[in-house]
Write a protein that binds this ligand. Structure first.
Ligand code: ADP
Ligand code: MG
Length: 729
């Protein structure tokens, strides 16, 4: 068995960097070459069709059949010119991956000849069988058929020879079965609520978009070593492996020079991404060995999410060419940093203003503070919902670890803004303000520096940190589709902004002037959300105690966290604003429970197989060689010397057999627990049983295996070790 490990290592030692040549041009020359963007539409579509699509994009509308037909003509011409042979509706089912079913352009023409055809009908709508996608019960009560419908706001693109049409995915009866449909709804709710608030400050604002820049962390493992680790192949994380003597202690990987083989891979996938219009810009080594990060420039949220999903696909595909495997799992290796996907989020107006960026004068700063405070209040009120949107099995290994945001969702602002908010809360009175008071306040907020970005003031431990002109939501897992987090955040902020507006309008109606009304509601809103603000070290035990004292929610259990999608507040935010129906929300929660259960189940099975089929036999084999050694000693030495000489072998045999027995017993018990959990009908109860009664065995069994790894002869250890997975490349 150990042969596989050693031949894999040999393969890695002999690897050469795979040099692929990016087009011999500046990126701007080929950026977006495979995307049917506005620029190409202008060229390939009739004037009428172009105008129609442009308006549909701007207004978030869909096209009529006739309009779609016109668009299809131009799109087909472009696609055939680029060598496309197939098309697909590309969508985001609730699996964290993307889905596609390819259809050829070919059809029989009137006289039996084969022709390339592509109509408006297939562009705007398709009917894939929905029955094998997670639906959380919706498919049981309704027909299995699902519809995909073109999302005009995200451009069509070509991968290889396939034309990909971004679509939403809904059931026959209209329930969303994907992430995109509710994401679009949440963005339009936010647009409306934010425009209403902007109207207090600037009548020219008619549209607000949310913006997202995704920092994507990942690990690379050599392909040969990956295949020698069935746990990586099947569970996407190592379920065993003793810590390497050296890993990230010296912090010598972070921002270090990127190894050549890795660099070739990065350049290659960046080039592919650029051709698809994904503006990847930043690359660097991360903290853990073999961990890296890439980040594109921010874009409108829906587009940024599509691009992140596509980017992960590209990275997986390109990695194979370079004999790597990309690990997006949140915690592929125990004991060292895991991977996150920091969601940098803000809002921008059609007038070019970033609503979370301080302005140059009191008026723009009052607008900035209004949005800032409302986001904080939204995170305060929807605290549990926000955690629910990022909690899942794989991220649970990371959240609460020493390098990752804890399961307590708090907001970091930095000293300057904390003080500013404090001042507003203190200085604004409930009575009518005197002109002097107003001037003082306005002068105060007028001084907020335009660039708040101060590196000394950055808190890397906060799950939700203000970073100068945006919030960085850091609790999102590296493998996740960001939609879940974005749907929640957009909806929570939209709902809060609407409440804010109601309160301000109320005061105005009672005779306060606008600014004063805004100040007063701001004051109240700040006071109502103080418990969520935290400037200290989120990793410290003191914070846990402090959060408990403040009554801030802290839930480490995954099913418990997920269940918070269904609280009264969550329903108000998500159902009240029309993002989901009750049924959609409940079914989504069901899907999450099931996903959790299945993932633990898979890990438990894989670990049991490896423990019994790989590890126990290896331990026994080593014991046999020790026994052989003892027999030899006994023959060669007189009893007095033998006693002494055989001591270490005898001791090792005892220890090994203890671990082997430990493994066997624990595996047996774990399987029994699984059997009990498997007969539970209710999805929540089942997930809880898996979490409480099965999941702990993963660590318990691993403990014995990792101890054995240290004792057993390296020559016969079957699985690549941490030091090999992390340091060989
Ligand atoms: P960090 O220093 O946090 O690692 P990076 O440069 O890796 O920062 O990533 C920052 C991300 O934030 C980029 O994707 C960037 O485009 C994005 N960003 C900057 N401004 C905004 C904004 N207004 N809205 C959303 N994202 C933004
Ligand atoms: Mg970064």
């Amino acid at each position: 068995m150990a042969e596989l490990r050693f031949s894999a290592l040999k393969e890695v030692f002999n690897r050469e960097p795979v040099v692929t040549h990016a087009p011999d041009k500046n990126v701007s020359k080929y950026f977006g070459i495979d995307v049917f963007n506005l620029h190409k539409m202008e060229h390939y579509l009739s004037m009428d069709a172009f105008k129609v699509v442009k308006r549909a994009i701007e207004e978030g509308k869909s096209l009529t059949r006739r309009e779609a037909d016109q668009v299809a003509i131009g799109l087909k011409a472009w696609a055939l010119e680029r060598g496309a042979t197939h098309f697909t509706h590309w969508f985001h089912p609730l699996t964290d991956g993307t889905a596609e079913k390819h259809d050829g352009f070919i059809e029989f023409g009137d006289n039996g000849h084969l022709v390339e055809n592509f109509s408006g009908e297939v562009l705007v709508q398709s009917e894939p069988d929905a029955s094998s996608f997670p639906s959380g019960g919706i498919r049981n009560t309704f027909e299995a058929r699902g519809y995909t419908a073109w999302d005009v706001s995200s451009p069509v693109f070509i991968v290889g020879t396939t034309l990909c049409i971004p679509t939403i995915f809904v059931s026959y009866t209209g329930e969303a079965l994907d992430y995109k449909a509710p994401l679009l709804k949440s963005l339009s709710a936010l647009d409306k609520a934010a425009v209403d608030i902007c109207q207090y400050f600037d009548k020219d604002v008619t549209k607000v978009i949310a913006t997202l820049g995704v920092e994507q962390e990942y690990f690379l493992v050599d392909e040969a070593l990956y295949y020698a680790r069935p746990d990586l192949v099947l569970a996407e994380r190592t379920l065993m492996g003793h810590q390497s003597s050296k890993d990230q202690q010296l912090a010598d990987h972070y921002f270090g020079s990127i190894p050549e083989r890795v660099m070739c891979f990065i350049k290659d996938f960046e080039c592919e991404a650029h051709k698809l219009g994904i503006p990847v810009k930043t690359r660097h080594n991360e903290v853990a060995p073999n961990q890296f990060e890439c980040a594109p420039m921010f874009e409108e949220v829906n587009l940024a999410v599509d691009h992140n999903q596509l980017l992960m696909d590209i990275m997986k595909r390109v990695a194979r060419k370079h004999k790597f495997r990309v690990l997006f799992h949140e915690k592929p290796f125990a004991g060292i940093n895991g991977s996150g996907k920091h969601n940098n989020w803000s809002m921008a107006t059609n007038t070019g203003v970033n609503l979370l960026s301080p302005g140059k004068n009191p008026k723009t700063n009052l607008q900035f503070l209004t949005f800032l405070v409302n986001v904080i209040k939204a995170v305060n009120d929807s605290n549990e919902l926000i955690r629910a949107s990022v909690m899942n099995e794989s991220n649970s290994w990371r959240l609460g670890g020493h390098e990752a945001p804890p399961a307590i969702i708090s907001v970091f602002l930095g000293t300057y803004l904390s003080n500013t908010l404090n001042e507003i809360a203190r200085k604004v009175t409930d009575k009518k303000m005197t002109p002097a008071q107003k001037t003082e306040l306005k002068l105060g907020i007028g001084k907020i520096p335009e660039i708040l970005l101060d590196n000394t003031d950055r808190n890397r431990t906060s799950p939700f940190a203000f970073t100068g002109n945006r919030f960085e939501f850091r609790a999102v897992g590296s493998s996740a589709n960001c939609s879940a987090a974005m749907i929640t955040l957009n909806s929570a902020v939209a709902s809060q902004l609407s409440k804010f507006k109601k309160e301000v309008d109320n005061l105005i109606r009672k005779g306060h002037n606008k600014d004063e009304a805004i100040f007063q509601v701001l004051k109240k809103t700040i006071l109502d959300s103080e418990k969520v603000l935290f400037e200290g070290d989120n990793y410290s035990p003191e914070w846990h105690a402090e959060a408990a004292k403040r009554g801030l929610s802290n839930i480490a259990s995954v099913p418990e966290s997920i269940s918070r999608y269904l609280t009264a507040n969550s329903r108000e935010v998500l159902v009240g604003s029309g993002i989901f129906t009750d049924k959609e929300l409940e079914s989504r929660v069901e899907v999450e429970y099931e996903k959790f259960t299945k993932k633990v189940q898979i890990e438990s099975r894989v670990l049991a197989d490896l423990a019994i089929n790989h590890i126990v036999p290896t331990g026994i084999k080593y014991m046999s060689s020790l026994l052989e050694n003892l027999r030899g000693l006994k023959e060669a030495f007189p009893p007095k010397d033998y006693e002494k000489l055989g001591e270490s072998s005898r001791e090792a045999i005892m220890v090994i057999s203890e671990h082997i027995n430990g493994i066997k017993k624990l595996v047996f018990d774990m399987v029994e627990e699984r059997k009990k959990a498997n007969v539970i009908e209710n999805a929540f109860d089942k997930a809880v049983a898996y979490e409480r009664n099965v999941k702990p065995y993963l660590d318990d069994i691993r403990y014995h295996i990792d101890k054995l790894e240290l004792i057993v002869d390296d020559e016969i250890w079957p699985l690549p070790k941490y030091r090999e997975l992390l340091f060989t490349r």
